[in-house]
Write a protein that binds this ligand. Structure first.
Ligand code: ADP
Length: 260
């Protein structure tokens, strides 16, 4: 595991970050946060310095998934925050700052401002990647984020189900509109494989990822199965990729991360 050293330059903001990547989905519940964490861990396991900005102001899941939901970032000079560390990653989230019920009822401008603060007032160390876990949807907050934050690329997570693909398509259209390159689509919950007999079941239909990637001429970064270990590890705030680097799932996340 890496030890990340902080520069401590309070004015630096996000200038020390080489790649700011937005992880978006359109539809909620398709596994965007789960994917953000696992791609971050996969990139870190290849030696990259990686951070996560949880921009899902209305439903921050990153603190639970990193297993440090009770912690708070240290305040520096009353204006800046030291990001939290977990599994070799750094992270910040509204979930570390205010009780969930408070942020859940913020109006758009307040939520957008909170997001800007999380990005600009966090003392991010030198990072190769900062993955931004976007809020689901393609509304005001998402547009503001895509326009005001110097995002170098976006990644769209979808399940193969039509209803999720339709929303993923909207997310791609939004990034096209604001001229943020879409680096790829990752299909999540592609199939479930029975641990006893090996039979693969395509619970949310099949071929959706290929279709959306073909129609938009963006790479399909891979297929992640619907798997109990993914759910158990994220619920427990543990890192599957660190514990089981040779598993099919860790390898699939690794292959996707190498295309970013
Ligand atoms: P989103 O960020 O799109 O709202 P989450 O990442 O929070 O979605 O995932 C929703 C739930 O589904 C979580 O409880 C997570 O553990 C579970 N989940 C996501 N992807 C998978 C997967 N491939 N296999 C099993 N469970 C998954």
């Amino acid at each position: 595991r890496q030890n990340i050293a902080f520069g401590g330059d309070a004015k630096r903001g996000h200038r020390s970050i080489r790649n700011l990547l937005a992880v978006a989905s359109g539809k909620g519940g398709v596994g965007k946060s789960t994917t953000t964490i696992n791609l971050a861990l996969a990139l870190a396991s290849e030696g990259a310095r990686v951070g996560i900005l949880d921009a899902d102001i209305y439903g921050p899941s990153i603190p639970i998934m990193l297993g440090n939901a009770g912690e708070h970032p240290k305040s520096i000079d009353n204006r800046h925050m030291q990001p939290l560390q977990a599994h070799g990653l750094v992270a910040n989230s509204i979930g570390y700052l205010v009780p969930a019920d408070d942020a859940a009822v913020w109006r758009g401008p307040m939520a957008s401002k909170a997001l800007q603060q999380l990005l600009n007032e966090t003392l991010w160390p030198q990072l190769d990647y900062l993955l931004i876990d976007m809020p689901p949807g393609t509304g005001d907050i998402q547009l503001t984020l895509a326009q005001q934050v110097p995002v170098s690329g976006a990644l769209v997570v979808t399940t193969p189900q039509n209803i999720a693909l339709a929303d993923a398509q909207k997310a791609i259209a939004m990034f096209n509109k604001v001229k943020v390159p879409v680096l790829g689509v990752l299909e999540n919950m592609s199939y479930h494989q029975c641990e006893n007999c090996g039979h693969k079941e395509f619970l949310f239909a099949q071929g959706g990822g290929e279709r959306i990637s073909g129609q938009n001429k963006v790479p399909l970064l891979g297929h992640i199965p619907l798997d109990i270990h993914i759910r158990e590890y994220t619920d427990a705030g543990k890192a599957l990729i660190v514990d089981k680097p040779q598993s099919v799932i860790s390898q699939a996340y690794g292959a996707a991360a190498r295309q970013l």
